[in-house]
Structure formats: C-alpha cells, structure tokens
Design a binder for this molecule. Structure first.
Ligand code: MLT
Length: 242
C-alpha cells in the first residue's frame, strides 16, 4: 500500500485523489471534536469552510435538528451555540442532532479532498479504528495533516505517524512511504513513550493551554478513547460501525 502524508493542507491542489482513501487529521481539535460528537450519539457532523457557509447551512437545515458549532482563534464564534472544545459535546448538547462544525484549519479540508473514494476523520482518540479501516479498504492512502495556521503541527504529524506504525506493526502491511510519511513515523517513534508531553509542547497545545483549554489538549491526547469511525457521506461525517 502506498501512503502519502502531507504535513500541511497547502499542496492538496496538486494531489490525485482518484480511488484513494483519505484520512483528514486535526488532533487539536476538530478531528477530536468530530469523534466526540459522533461518540455522543449525534446523527452526523457537517464540516464547513467558513462561518458564512455554516450559518447558511443552519438556516437551510432548520435549527430544531441542527447545532451550530465552531471557533475562531480557539474560542466560540459569536452567535454560534457551541465552540470547538471536545468537552462541550455530550448526549445532552448534540445527541440525535446534526452538528454543523466550522473551525479554522480542520473542517475546510474536507471539501478539498472531495474526489477521494473514501474520506475518514482521524485523531489520536480513534487512531486504531482508523488504521483498521484503512487496512480493510486496502487502497492507496493519503494522510492530510491539517496543521496550524497553514504550517506544520507536531500533534497531527504524530497522529499520522501512529497510523503508519499501526499499519506496519499491528497489521503487518507492506508500505511504500513518501518522505513526509517517513518523517511522521520517525517523529512518532521518538515520542511514543509520552505523546501527551510531546503534544503539550507544540505551538497549538501551548496556545490552547494559555487561553484556558489545557484540558482539551489532554483529552485530545488520549489514544483510542473515542473509537468511532467518522466517514464522509454526501457532505456529512457519519459514524460507521466496523
Ligand atoms: C482548527 O481547525 O483550526 C482547530 O480545530 C482549531 C481549534 O483548536 O479549535
């Protein structure tokens, strides 16, 4: 299996997604939020590229059955119901609802990979579930690290590296890696003994802690704590049982 990893979403316009599996990774925090939302019994998550699109979608779908959530600079967008903290999403706030989610880096990536055969949302909280799904599908796979403010992020790269490690070590896959995928694997191998520490040292982890979301950083580092498989179907991420 060929694995191409992108350290940021910048070069995606050059990528051929035809017949590929894509894993969109944004550990801090949109992928973790997506897993938490689906784990809490929501019907689905609709990722959007900006607050305008999210607001229009909310009007279109009806406010009875949908929740509008998202952040800018880490905090809740004005007039939105919820922000992007995984701690906000539970049975009471999102159960049986569709959640329209709008975040700075993560949610906009889904529209850009729409030509993929299969798109998954991956985080550390569902990393083993994602790796098992990638193996089950057995297609060339693209891991997109959403990154932070257009640049590289430690936590997404570590998560990509862990997916690759699981494919090799747990599932015994023979992998052909691009250099960014090899780098992610090396970064993961160097930090596997203490992932929470490595993530807390990163720019985004430090920023979130500074603005009062330190617990989110810890929760987002809890490997396999929300073992759901979010799969993109008709513009919406839904939970698929494996
Ligand atoms: C993003 O998509 O940029 C992140 O989820 C930001 C955040 O930590 O809320």
């Amino acid at each position: 299996m060929r694995i191409q990893l992108f350290l940021t979403s910048g070069p995606l316009h050059k990528v051929d997604f035809e017949k590929k599996t894509v894993v969109v990774v944004d550990v801090l925090r949109s992928s973790t939020s997506i897993c938490t939302i689906l784990n809490a019994g929501a019907r689905g998550v609709i990722p959007t590229a900006g607050p305008g699109e999210a607001g229009e979608m909310w009007t279109k779908l009806g406010q009875e059955t949908t929740v509008l959530a998202g952040e800018r600079e880490g905090t809740k967008i004005e007039n939105f119901q919820l922000g992007n903290s995984p701690l906000e999403f539970n049975r009471e706030t999102v159960g049986d609802k569709n959640v329209i989610l709008c975040t700075t880096n993560g949610t906009g990536v889904f529209a850009r990979v729409a030509r993929a055969e299969l798109t998954l949302s991956g985080a550390l909280v569902n990393v083993s579930t994602v790796a098992a799904a990638v193996v089950g599908v057995d297609r060339d796979t693209i891991i997109v690290c959403s990154g932070h403010e257009g640049g590289f992020s430690i936590e997404d790269t570590l998560c990509g590296g862990m997916v690759i490690d699981l494919l090799k070590q747990t599932h015994g896959c023979y992998l052909e890696l691009n250099d960014a995928a090899t780098l992610a694997l090396l970064l993961y191998e160097a930090n596997r003994a203490d992932l929470p520490k490595a993530i807390a040292r990163g720019e985004h982890g430090r920023y979130l802690t500074e603005i009062g979301f330190g617990r989110d950083v810890e929760v987002s580092s809890e490997v396999d704590s929300r073992p759901v498989l979010p799969v993109m179907r008709d513009g919406r991420l839904v939970r698929v049982e494996d």
